[in-house]
Design a protein around this ligand. Structure first.
Ligand code: GLN
Length: 544
């Protein structure tokens, strides 16, 4: 490969939520599958320094990288598609840009100059865009610009793109514009005008789109492609149809058929070869041809917005494909669960996942759910808060510690089985102060996790403040809840299991952040397998 890194910018027009992240990830997949070292970066035009302090209802799940960055959920797609870890450098917000410019100003680095959006903010954006490129690790950096062209807050980003196009040269930068072609059913027509306007808005900022990726519910005729090309100053081959797909995992193949990778590589003066998607397509075949299905309840309090649990849902898709089963996820709102309706809501399920979360709302429902699945031998996976709920439930109902709780929910509980670590107690800032990123964990050989991972020393990603309280470990273990994963540096308990139960695992970390198409997460694979065995045994009993 050449020594110069090439840059692809993905902008969006007409509407938000068109799926820029999936298009960026699909293009990256096609380039990676031709041997190009590719990474993706997301620039978010909001003023939060990172999405860590955002309520999941705002932008969906907060995705965590190995280096402990709290990032946009699109980074999850990048990792799931590429199977390459991302880092803090892959997600930059306006808040972070301003924070570093202001810190430089305070240090006197601007030598008395007036600090302005242009050039200081735009220079910082350009610097951040090129950080990954200059590392020498990548041939191509794809930068997705959040928001919609024409928004006030996107302007500095578009200006930075304009400058980089000039500075780096025509064949080193390409701008892909994702747009919407609406269908007017009364007229029976696809409409190109919103796209023409969006391209024009981009041009007002001095940026010509080189490729149009057109989201549409109906195929684009040749005539429409010619029209778009003519009025938007692009080649006809650079008008790419992006038709609604039944799964996001179909999009790389759809983009390949439309030639998106070819157009991009031609523009960047790089050779095109047929991408090797063998492994990807094997996954798709298994995903499309399940031999049976299982029903898994996902118990959480952000269930109205499925993006809040994006990585969990995708992990089920990966694990379902490995097991050749379709995983039907049933969302269950923990706030409306109680001991009276629990049987009605859970008894038909083949497995239950109690989700991560923060704060008191809905936790009693989660505890009732854990009790029900524990007593009825239904496979259980508790993630982060879900694991903490399992410890609380066991303490209350097996050890008999009535008010046992996490100090997050009840500061004065008589039995703080989950509590704050000493070093967290003095922290008052909320942003970026949790236990974040990858931590080592040693697994007990004779346990479910000891069997499912192929190594007894693992690294998994965390995002929480509260911890299993080791003062209760002896009592919990003697009563049957074992600690099967321990952090070797701190002695903190990271995994609990109940060996007398067929499949009961709680993990303090987030396995869902590390599940990819190429590497489905072993915990999810094993959990789905356990739910399948459970569903089979249930059917055998009912047939007997
Ligand atoms: N609220 C819990 C804590 O901070 C769990 C966090 C989570 O589920 N990610 O420890």
């Amino acid at each position: 490969m050449g020594t110069t890194t090439k840059y692809v910018f993905v902008t969006g027009g007409v509407s938000s939520s068109l799926g820029k992240g999936i298009i960026a990830a699909s293009l990256a997949k096609l380039l990676q599958a031709q041997g190009y070292r590719t990474t993706i970066q997301k620039l978010d035009p909001y003023i939060n320094v990172d999405p860590g302090t955002l309520n999941p209802y705002e932008h969906g799940e907060c995705y965590v990288t190995d280096d402990g960055a709290e990032t946009d959920l699109d980074l999850g797609h990048y990792e799931r598609f590429l199977n390459v870890p991302t880092s803090q450098a892959n997600n930059v917000t306006t808040g972070r840009i301003y924070q570093s410019v202001i810190e430089k100003e305070r240090r006197g680095e601007f030598l008395g100059k007036t600090v302005q959006v242009i050039p200081h903010i735009t220079d910082e954006i350009k610097y951040r865009v090129q950080l990954l490129g200059k590392s020498g690790d990548y041939d191509i950096v794809i930068t997705e610009i959040g928001g919609t062209v024409g928004d006030i807050e996107s302007l500095p980003y578009i200006e930075a793109v304009r400058q980089l196009k000039w500075e780096l040269g025509e064949h080193n930068v390409i701008v892909v514009h994702l747009t919407l072609i609406p269908y007017l059913s009364a007229a029976g027509e696809l409409k190109t005008k919103p796209t023409q306007h969006s391209v024009k808005t981009l041009m007002e900022s001095g940026v010509q789109a080189d490729v149009l990726v057109c989201r549409t519910e109906h195929h684009l005729s040749d005539g429409i492609k010619v029209k778009l090309a003519r009025f938007c100053n692009v080649q006809k081959e650079a008008v790419i149809e992006s038709i609604d797909a039944s799964t996001i995992y179909d999009v790389p193949n759809l983009m390949l058929e439309e030639g998106l990778d070819k157009v991009v590589l031609e523009h960047l003066d790089l050779p095109f070869s047929k991408p090797d998607l063998t492994q990807w397509n094997e996954f798709l075949t298994r995903h499309r041809n399940p031999q049976s299905e299982v029903n898994i309840g996902l118990i959480g309090k952000y269930v109205e917005l499925q993006d809040s649990y994006k990585s969990i849902l995708e992990s089920f898709i990966h694990a379902g494909a490995v097991n050749e089963v379709k995983v039907n996820v049933e969302f269950i709102h923990s706030e409306y669960l109680n001991s009276d309706n629990i049987k009605l809501k859970l008894s038909h399920l083949d497995g239950v996942l109690v989700a991560p979360g923060f704060g008191e709302r809905g936790i009693e429902g989660k505890i009732d759910a854990v009790r029900y699945v524990r007593e009825n031998n239904i496979p259980f996976l508790g993630i982060c808060l879900g694991m903490q709920m399992a410890v609380i439930e066991y303490s209350r109902n097996v050890l008999g510690f009535k008010g046992a709780n996490s100090t997050e929910m009840d500061e004065h509980t008589a039995h703080p089985v989950i509590n704050l670590m000493e070093e967290q107690k003095s922290i008052t800032d909320k942003g970026g102060t949790m236990r974040l990123g990858a931590w080592t964990c040693k697994l007990e050989e004779d346990s479910i996790v000891g069997e499912v991972y192929d190594n007894l020393q693992i690294k998994e990603r965390h995002r929480h403040r509260f911890e299993y309280n080791n003062d209760y470990r002896d009592r919990l273990e003697s009563a049957g809840m074992k600690a099967t994963g321990i952090n070797p540096e701190t002695g903190l308990v990271e995994i609990i299991e109940i060996p007398s139960h067929p499949w009961f695992v709680g993990v303090q970390y987030h396995p869902e952040y590390k599940s990819t198409v190429a590497n489905p997460h072993p915990i999810f694979v094993a959990f789905v397998k356990a739910t399948y065995s459970y569903s089979k045994s249930k059917n055998n009993v009912s047939m007997a």
